[in-house]
Design a protein around this ligand. Structure first.
Ligand code: HAH
Length: 333
């Protein structure tokens, strides 16, 4: 019997938004088939992060990042830059001053500017967008910004400075603030307050990245809808930047599953169907939906929050074949 032809996700969503995937040097080889068949945008999962491209003060290492940029160009895909200023995956030298003391504010700002000038400058006209600041808002409801060396040594305006430097380095680039737990109401409200404050001060920010690390048990569709609605009211473009629908609730530490249970499969299909229907409703503000990977053979969730535990968060299976979830987000016309 003939198999049903598999429509490319990027074609199904042509009139809605771009369809992206996070990649690394292994997956651009091992997942080349599914990446080139379905996606029209990529993000480097790790290879453009501070520690990868700027491991020492006078050393920039762009080999891996360049290969990812070349892969995008070779296959006619857009490239999102990820990420410039973050508390994680940033080397210690960045924050170190003289005699074992922390760097002073001016030194750290100068290092930030040099980093952003060099990295954004290198991919000018190649990366159309950047996650300029990642995860600066605190999860705990009673704390405003996350404590980090950026905040401690520069102060709150490290965020505005990062956007100013990025805009100066590439005036065409679409600049995002990106965060997780973005639908959780208290954190959502803080992210909105932060972005609104930046806009009011004419800081060059153009979009909000909703990471979308969700699972089958939350956030609820109503919570997601409320968040998208409120972010949309900012008047900036939105992107889902790191989508994955984990089959495990965050607190679930089980390690015994060799495959998703039938209940997980069913819930995941239903959730994919609903979230993409919601995304389609917001096509006027939502410009891209990027998965944090492509197919279930590789996901960062295999190592987080439980190391070595398999997860199956995507719409393509471990053999890169479409899952039921793929058909749920493809057959809507
Ligand atoms: C993201 N943090 C990062 O933006 C991305 O660069 C990394 O590769 C993976 C996830 C999300 C995150 C989380 O979901 C839970 C706790 C901390 C950070």
């Amino acid at each position: 019997m003939d198999k049903k032809p598999v429509p490319a996700l990027r074609d199904t969503y042509r009139e809605y938004f771009d369809i992206g995937a996070a990649v690394n040097l292994e997956t651009i080889v091992s997942q080349k088939d599914v990446l080139t068949a379905h996606f029209n945008s990529i993000t480097a999962e790790n290879d453009m992060k501070f520690e990868r491209v700027h491991p020492e003060e006078d050393v920039y290492t762009f080999e891996a990042a360049d290969r990812i940029a070349d892969f995008a160009a070779a296959h006619g895909m857009k490239l999102r830059g990820h990420t410039l200023v973050w508390h994680n995956q940033t080397p210690d030298w960045v924050f170190a001053g003289k005699d074992g003391r922390p760097a002073d504010r001016e030194t750290l700002l100068a290092r930030m500017k040099d980093h952003i000038d060099t990295v954004v400058g290198r991919y000018k006209g190649i990366a159309y967008a950047w996650d300029v600041v990642n995860e600066a808002v605190e999860d705990k409801a009673d704390v405003w910004l996350r404590r980090s060396p950026w905040l401690d040594l520069i102060g709150e305006d490290f965020i505005a400075n990062a956007f100013e430097f990025a805009h100066a380095a590439d005036p065409q680039a679409v600049l995002f603030y990106n965060d997780y737990n973005e639908c959780q109401p208290e954190k959502r409200d803080k992210i909105i307050r932060l972005v609104r404050g930046l806009k009011e001060r004419d800081v060059p920010i153009h979009g909000v990245g909703l990471q979308g690390h969700w699972n089958l048990y939350g956030p609820s569709l109503d919570t997601i809808r409320e968040a998208v609605e409120q972010y949309a009211a900012l008047g900036l473009q939105l992107q889902i930047t790191e989508l994955d629908l984990s089959v495990f609730e965050f607190e679930d530490r089980r390690t015994d599953l060799l495959a998703p249970t039938p209940e997980m499969v069913e819930r995941q299909e239903e959730l994919y169907e609903k979230v993409f229907a919601l995304f389609r409703e917001y096509k006027e503000v939502l410009t891209a939906v990027t998965f944090w990977g492509a197919s279930d053979d590789y996901t960062w969730l295999d190592g987080f929050p439980v190391r070595g535990r398999k997860n199956w968060p995507f719409v393509f299976d471990v053999n890169h074949q479409p899952k039921g979830s793929f058909w749920k987000i493809s057959d809507f016309r």
